[in-house]
Design a protein around this ligand. Structure first.
Ligand code: ZN
Length: 457
């Protein structure tokens, strides 16, 4: 009897820690290998052992390079996994930037915690190091979109364009028992930079993301909103600080700021990119020009726009700006990285604006600030927040509820079962109801650790 199984090892009831175990004929494949981020109990899960021995895994497939999908890989490899990690060429290039940086940040945070003495662990240890991260990169095996390859014996796989960020893919698995599609993170049909996601192929089973399952992105013109926020901040002689993912969001912001600047809709104040990683990611953008909608000229103009803070000294200088400016700095949910230092410097002044440009997971500083927190805890210190706090959610790299439903409506046939993942519980449940109402398809929220056997019909 032909069957394989699927187990949810993360991103069930939460938006981070994407890890899905597929077992077939005694072989094991992990689809995505993400870090948990956000609330502390989630972050602690990164240190909990996996329910399986990493050395027993035969292969990994990554949907994309975001750390909540790829960031556990260095630890997985250090713990004994040495099989192939399949992903698109752009995902490989972005992982080459993101994973070493993630290791470096973890080392930096551990060092900082030890120096300041605010960690409960003595000494605080990084989850993994930059060296661990560089070592795992040799496992990455790039596969072009649309090419079918054998992921495990008897289980073939292909990657489909998902929009979202450079290189982002759906994962389509085909076995004798049936077909299983992972949506990965789905992009938007109208994104300024990425093309719309490919329509879904026919699949017996579908694992579908639900980040924005309970929300619709505003129809407002993103350029207008961005221009209005920037102009009023500059009028107050303030700084616009934009916490941003270094990969994806930072490039989109540069493209939009470049358009605003060229059309004269924002004053010509300095624009700083405080993330060496974002600069490298912008180069990946440039190199994979078939992966997005931008023309060569648009790409070049956006790449040339910012002044780059490459060194730590240049980054520190950005904490002492006296004239209006725009700063883009990682990380996107203000969970770590250089943006924390600028947030410390600029959050207390009402002339400034903290501008968030995407989904803020529960428990992150970004989520607290958007909920109206009057202080923010950074490096063990409570910093008063008097700056304007704004959000541009249409810059999200995720499809909203109606966009997910429109994508689903393109399925050539009804799937036997859908499991919803990668969402906070309310978002997931709202999407479940919407799918039930619109299509009447079998659909449930995946439970953490739930294991399902996928049998031929
Ligand atoms: Zn993502």
């Amino acid at each position: 009897m032909s069957s394989f199984s699927l187990q949810f090892l993360g991103a069930a009831g939460t938006v981070t820690g994407s890890r899905y175990l597929v077992e077939s004929h005694g072989r094991r494949l992990l689809v995505d290998c993400g870090l948990f981020q956000g609330f502390k109990p989630l972050r602690l899960r990164n240190r909990a052992p996996l329910p399986i021995d990493p050395a027993s895994l035969d292969a990994v497939i990554l949907t994309h390079a975001h750390l909540d999908h790829s960031g556990y890989l260095p630890l997985l490899a250090r713990l004994g996994f040495d099989g192939p990690v399949y992903c698109t060429p752009a995902t490989r290039d972005l992982c080459g930037i993101l994973l070493p940086d993630s290791g470096h940040l973890q080392e930096e945070d551990a060092r900082y915690a030890n120096r300041m003495g605010f960690s409960r662990h003595h000494p605080a240890l990084p989850l993994y190091t930059e060296t661990d991260a560089r070592a795992c990169l040799q496992l990455l095996q790039p596969v072009e979109f649309g090419r079918t390859f054998e992921a495990l014996p008897g289980l073939s796989a292909s990657l489909r364009y998902a929009g979202h960020i450079m290189g982002a893919s759906m994962v389509y698995l085909q076995s004798a028992a049936g077909t299983l599609l992972f949506s990965g993170d789905l992009g938007r049909p109208t994104d300024a930079v990425m093309r719309p996601p490919d329509p879904p192929p026919a699949a017996d089973w579908l694992v579908l993301e639900s980040t924005y399952g309970d929300r619709l992105h505003s129809d407002d013109d993103v350029l207008e909103r961005l221009a209005a926020i920037i102009c009023r901040t500059i009028e107050r002689r303030g700084i616009v600080l934009i916490p941003s993912f270094a990969v994806g969001r930072a490039q989109t912001l540069l493209v939009l700021l470049d358009r605003l600047r060229r059309s004269g809709r924002i004053p010509s104040v300095p624009i700083y990119l405080n993330s060496p990683m974002a600069v490298e990611a912008t180069r990946v953008f440039w190199e994979h020009r078939d992966g997005h909608r931008l023309s060569e000229a648009e790409c070049e103009s956006a790449c040339r726009l910012p002044r780059v803070a490459a060194t730590v000294e240049q980054s520190k200088a950005l904490n002492r700006l006296r004239e209006p400016a725009i700063i883009i700095a990682a990380s996107g949910m203000a969970t770590g990285g250089r943006v924390l230092h600028q947030m410390k410097a600029y959050a207390p002044d009402p002339r400034n604006t903290l501008l968030f440009a995407g989904f803020q997971a529960g428990g992150t500083r970004g989520a607290k600030l958007l909920a109206g927190a009057s202080t923010v805890r950074i490096h063990g210190e409570d910093i008063p927040v008097r700056a304007e706090v704004a959000n541009i959610d249409m810059l999200s790299a995720h499809a909203d509820r109606d966009e997910i439903l429109a994508w689903l409506a393109q399925m050539p046939a009804q799937p036997r079962q859908i499991w919803l993942t990668h969402g906070e519980p309310t978002a997931t449940d709202t999407l479940r109801l919407a799918i039930d109402q619109r299509f009447g398809w079998a659909c449930e929220a995946a439970d953490d650790q739930q294991r399902v056997v996928l049998d031929a019909a």
